[in-house]
Design a protein around this ligand. Structure first.
Ligand SMILES: Cc1cc2nc3c(=O)[nH]c(=O)nc-3n(C[C@H](O)[C@H](O)[C@H](O)COP(=O)(O)OP(=O)(O)OC[C@H]3O[C@@H](n4cnc5c(N)ncnc54)[C@H](O)[C@@H]3O)c2cc1C
Length: 320
């Protein structure tokens, strides 16, 4: 079984989710490789080699600087053909989803997305996928090779391996149409602290905050806990918080150790993005709010009183 994992990078670092998918692929055995595509990315290969890649293929070319999907489709399609790759795996991101879809179209291959796990079954691969609003987990497979799989954020944790793999440079032949798109501008939201995909602690705010300025309460608690801030779609749609913080069906899926939901009703579309959090704490003034049906700890009361008090207690504990 030969598997290739796409290793995404930002700001000179390999994405944790990609390394986690690589570690998972390595745990299944077979011939596991990683691929890094970009400009000035040579230095990233060693890190990937320590996470279970027997070979790390690196395409380092100034033409590949912008994080655009089509040149990456060219690069991966070439490796699939040259190295007889049977499975290509991605960690969920906007770029990865674009590449996976482009690759599936290019290779006429099957793509299973939103996977939460994968296992071998008598020489074949079986993926786990949540369905019906995450109320059931189904087995999914592929009829032909190459198989393409895209994993949900937070599906696995990265793990370092004792044996380090080798690094092999390659020069993909880029199609003319793949170079037609151009990155005009890249903007980064100012962020401090961990991203919601990587955070161990998430404090999320919903419409119960009452007004956008009250997100400061959530931010203060997140800061005291060293965590990240998330939001519901209701408040994102209202322009109270950026879309990048939205958790749920049409936002991000997260699975932190602790998720504190402040003024969030617990609609199914929000639940599907955070229900795999290890411990869920809900603060809501309505004792009948649906979130209490799946929270591990529920606090019935006004968040405007409870959240500042909680922040104060956390700060006091941190100092002592
Ligand atoms: C196709 C589709 C996709 C969607 N995708 C998403 C998604 O990705 N993510 C998402 O979050 N939603 C999504 N939604 C919207 C979802 O259905 C809910 O409308 C949304 O999650 C509700 O957000 P909320 O909990 O902030 O607001 P509300 O449902 O209005 O809940 C606010 C809660 O705050 C409580 N509250 C009010 N005041 C206080 C107070 N002072 N102290 C404590 N508690 C208080 C209330 O009791 C209430 O339970 C989607 C909907 C559709 C149709």
């Amino acid at each position: 079984m030969s598997t290739l994992v796409f290793l995404e990078h930002h700001g000179g670092e390999l994405q944790k989710g990609s390394l986690a998918v690589l570690s998972k692929a390595a745990s299944l055995g077979g011939d596991v490789a990683g691929v890094i595509v970009g400009s000035g990315v040579d230095g990233l290969a060693d890190q990937a080699a320590k996470h279970g890649a027997a070979t790390v293929y690196v395409a380092d070319d100034p033409k590949l600087e912008a994080p655009l999907p089509q040149p990456r489709v060219d690069a991966i399609a070439q490796l699939v053909a040259d190295k007889s790759i049977e499975t290509v795996l991605f960690a969920q991101s906007i770029l990865a989803a674009d590449i996976a879809a482009g690759l599936a179209a290019r290779l006429d291959a099957g793509l299973n997305w939103q996977l939460t796990d994968i296992a071998t079954d008598g020489g074949d691969l079986v993926g786990k996928q949540s369905a019906l609003g995450d109320s059931v987990v189904v087995d999914v497979g592929w009829k032909t090779t190459p198989r393409i799989g895209l994993f949900r954020a937070g599906a696995f944790d990265p793990s370092e391996q004792a044996a380090a793999g080798t690094v092999e440079a390659f020069s993909p032949e880029l199609q003319e149409h793949s170079l037609a798109a151009e990155m005009v501008e890249q903007a980064h939201a100012e962020e401090s602290g961990p991203s919601i995909e990587d955070a161990n602690v998430i404090v999320a705010g919903g419409r119960g905050l009452g007004e956008p300025e009250k997100f400061a309460l959530v931010e203060e608690l997140a800061k005291a806990l060293g965590g990240a801030v998330a939001a519901t779609r209701a408040v994102v749609d209202a322009g109270w918080y950026p879309y990048s913080a939205q958790v749920g069906q049409t936002g991000k899926s997260v699975s932190p150790t602790l998720y504190i939901a402040c003024g969030i009703s617990g609609a199914i579309q929000h639940k599907v993005g955070m229900q795999s959090s290890k411990t869920i704490v809900a603060i809501n003034k309505d004792p009948n709010a649906p979130i209490f049906e799946f929270a591990d700890l529920g606090v019935v009361g006004d968040l405007h009183t409870i959240v500042p008090k909680l922040t104060e207690l956390v700060r006091a504990r941190r100092v002592s």
